[in-house]
Every structure is written in C-alpha cells, then in structure tokens.
Ligand binder design. Structure first.
Ligand code: NAI
Length: 403
C-alpha cells in the first residue's frame, strides 16, 4: 500500500512504499527517464527484496504540459508536489520570450527550495580534460532563490527602467546611462544562513574537512561580501567547537584539520575557478550565492567528464526536487542515445535523502562498474578507446545487470 512522505518537526518520515513523483521532462527526458526508472526500481528491489518499493506517480511540466494543458506549470502539478513532497525530474524546455519564467526557477521559488546541491565526483574511466580528475570530489551548495536570479529586471527603454534610473540618478547620486537595462541583486541574511547551515551540517555528517564560501565580496561588498560574513557567522554562532577558521588551522593545529571539526574558509570567485583546477583536493564543500554557484557547478562538472552525468537536488525545509542538470538536448531527443547518468545519479541522491542508503550504494556501485567496463552511451563512447556503444535503454539494463 502506497503512502505519503511526511515531515515531522522538520524531520522527513519515509514509509516503506512512498509515492514519489516524476516528471519525464522534454526533449531527451523520456529517453533518460525510462532507463533511470529501471535502475532505481532495480536497486530498491535488490536492496530490500520487496520490503520497500516506490509507487511512482507521473506529473507534467514544461513543453509536454503546455501541449496538453496550455500551461507550462499546471496547478495540478504544483498541488501534487505540495502534497507528496519529493519529486524527480528530467530537463524542461525553458519557454523563450513568452512571458513565462523558467519552470525550474518557478518551482524553486514556489517551494522555497533554497539549497541547490550538486555533487561532483569522478567515475574511473570517464574521459576528462584534466590530469588528475580523481582528485575532484566536491559538493556545491548553491543558494537557489535570490541573487541576480530573483528575476527583478527592467528592460532598457521601458517606463519602469526609466523610473528606477531616474531614482538612482536623482536621489542616490548615481550616473547610470539612460539606455541601460537594470537588474537587481538581493542577497538576504536568512537565505544565506539557511544555505550555509545546511552545507556545514552536511560536511560534518559526511566527515568532510572544509566548507569554502565562494564570493566576490571584494567588489560587491553588501551582497557577496555579506554572504561571506553571514557564512562565517553561522559557523561561529551555531557550530562552536565544530568549526575552525583557516587562521586557527595554522595557528593552533599546524595545518591539520582535527577529527570531528571542519575548516570554514572563503575564496574570491575568480580565484576559486583556478583553485578547483589546480588544487581540487583542497576543496570539499563549496557554499556559493546563486550566480557563482551556477557557474562553478558546470565548470566542475566539466572536470569530471561533463554535464551528462552531473546530478542535482533542490532542497527546502519541506520539499525536495531531484533533477538532471543538463538541458533537453533537442539535437539528440527521441533517438534513445542520450546519457541517463545525470538523472540516475540524482536518483541516487534522492535515495540518500530518503535514508535508503543501501539502494543508493547499489546504484553507485553498478553505475561505476558499467562505466569501468566501458559500456557507455555515445557522448562518452566517442572519447574512449575500445568502448561498447549502448543506447540509453541498453545502458539502463547494463547497470541493472551489474547490481
Ligand atoms: P543542453 O544541456 O540541452 O545541451 C547541451 C549539449 O549537451 C548538447 O550538445 C546536448 O546534446 C548535450 N547533452 C545534454 N545532455 C546530454 C545527455 N544526457 N547525454 C548526452 N548529451 C547530452 O543545453 P541547451 O542546448 O543549452 O538547452 C536546451 C534546452 O534545455 C533549452 O530549452 C534550455 O532552456 C533547457 N534547459 C533546461 C534545464 C533543466 O531543465 N534543468 C537545464 C539547462 C537547459
């Protein structure tokens, strides 16, 4: 009998047969969803032998929903997520210039999914552009609701833009050219602290050594600089005895992180891009405002072999949406050749979130083995010597066979 996932006093309560929502997504979405579902069901069956199972329930969004209902994000979909709380989704077409904002952004805002979590880890055998991709093992906590992504923008030449420019020039002593478009970058104490708090909790729970705050606070003092300061504040005020600064690391501990503690450090965003390439092993968890987090996520994914296998999760206090991080890949849609890796690994994150670690371990084990055997989809096969080229659907079966 299927049941609903609940939250009790901020803690998730997962029944043995939970209803979990899925959105196949547009473009390659259906191709990668079918094999992902096969892999996730296979892992649950193998791990729990029938004691646990997922009652999948489909909901729609994106172009698929628009074609069926005239809505990009139907109310029913929103209501279902509200009720069932956990969903996994394929990529969605972002409507261009139709007065509709990105559906992904809308979902994040509606359910206050303030943490975007992107683990970036190397799987042996995946072609990578760097010499030691195995040193890359980081988890990015990206603030998901504000910064330049909050959508506060006015187009050049509109009355609204003119009004804002006039206010800034006449009342705030600025000299903004009249032919400017305007965007606003709010970064709040509450969202920053929520995000950094979760990043620190995760780092402590997983035995990681550091959380690095990535910011451009030298230039944007009251947004990105504040993000850094609030980050340090959370660490100091809420995790005393568990967190140390980089200065303390060297002054008191001779550069060795003591057992049970983590170092909180910060890096300027541009330097961070160099650092993750030159010294990847020095970084574990990265906490970043929305825009920095967006950039660094894709850059890191490229270091370990690209977006086709980078998973993501959007998590708030009461809802969680797991997703493929790539787009709908219209160039290869419907051909059964896309790499399901990103969606599969976001399913693995979902299992850990549910506390189903045995199933998560099985997914990782079988996925790694399949890649090591060089049984891969075309995106990876064309970069590997001696690979066996599989369709998306065949890849799903190969992974299940390796469990
Ligand atoms: P894209 O990620 O769809 O494609 C970029 C390149 O990567 C293409 O060559 C594509 O074939 C390849 N690729 C992507 N995923 C792959 C996979 N799983 N296996 C093999 N190859 C893969 O980015 P693009 O073209 O910029 O965006 C297309 C559409 O997707 C747009 O409407 C965009 O707004 C939307 N999009 C949606 C996202 C989401 O729902 N999370 C994220 C990014 C874009």
């Amino acid at each position: 009998m299927s049941e609903i996932i609940k939250y009790e006093n901020g803690q998730i309560d997962v029944p043995d047969n939970p209803v979990i929502l899925y959105i196949k997504g547009d473009g390659i979405g259906p191709d990668i969803w079918n094999s992902t579902r096969e892999i996730l069901d296979g892992a649950v069956e193998k791990a729990y032998g029938g004691k646990r199972s997922i009652d999948w329930k489909e909901i729609i969004a994106g172009e698929n929903a628009f074609n069926k209902t005239g809505e990009w994000l139907p109310d029913e979909t929103v209501n279902e997520i509200d009720k069932y709380r956990v969903a996994i989704k394929g990529p969605l077409t972002t409507p261009v210039g139709k007065g509709v904002r990105s559906i992904n952004v809308a979902l994040r805002q509606r359910f206050r999914l303030y943490s975007c979590i992107r683990p970036v880890k190397y799987f042996t055998g995946v072609p990578s552009p760097v010499k030691r991709p195995e040193d890359v093992d980081m988890v990015i906590y990206r603030e998901n609701m504000e910064d330049l992504y909050s959508g506060i923008e006015w187009k050049e030449g509109t009355d609204e833009a003119a009004k804002v420019i006039n206010f800034l020039n006449s009342e705030m002593g600025r000299q903004i050219p009249e032919d400017s478009g305007i965007g606003v970058k709010p970064i709040s104490e509450k969202n920053t602290k929520n995000l950094v708090r979760n990043a620190i909790k995760f780092a402590l729970a997983q035995g990681k050594k550091s959380v690095t705050i990535m910011h451009k606070g030298n230039i944007m003092k009251f947004t990105e600089g504040a993000f850094r300061d609030w980050g340090y504040e959370v660490a100091r005020d809420e995790f005393p005895g568990k967190t140390i600064t980089e200065k303390e690391l060297w002054d008191k501990y001779d550069g060795k992180v003591p057992e049970g503690k983590i170092v909180i450090k910060d890096r300027i965003a541009d330097a961070m891009f160099q650092e993750v390439i030159i010294n990847p092993s020095k970084y574990d968890v990265i906490a970043a405002p929305n825009l920095n987090g967006d950039y660094i996520s894709d850059a890191l994914a490229a270091l370990v072999g690209g977006l086709g296998i980078a998973p993501g999760a959007n998590i708030g206090d009461n809802h969680a949406v797991f997703e493929a991080t790539h787009g709908t890949a219209p160039d290869i849609a419907g051909k059964d050749i896309a790499n399901p890796g990103s969606l599969v690994l976001s399913g693995e994150m979902m299992f850990r979130f549910l506390g189903w670690n045995e199933a998560a371990d099985l997914v990782i084990k079988a996925f790694s083995k399949t890649i090591l055997e060089k049984k891969v989809t075309q995106d990876l096969a064309r970069e590997m010597d001696g690979a066996t080229l599989l369709r998306s659907s065949e890849f799903g079966k190969a992974v299940v066979a390796n469990m």
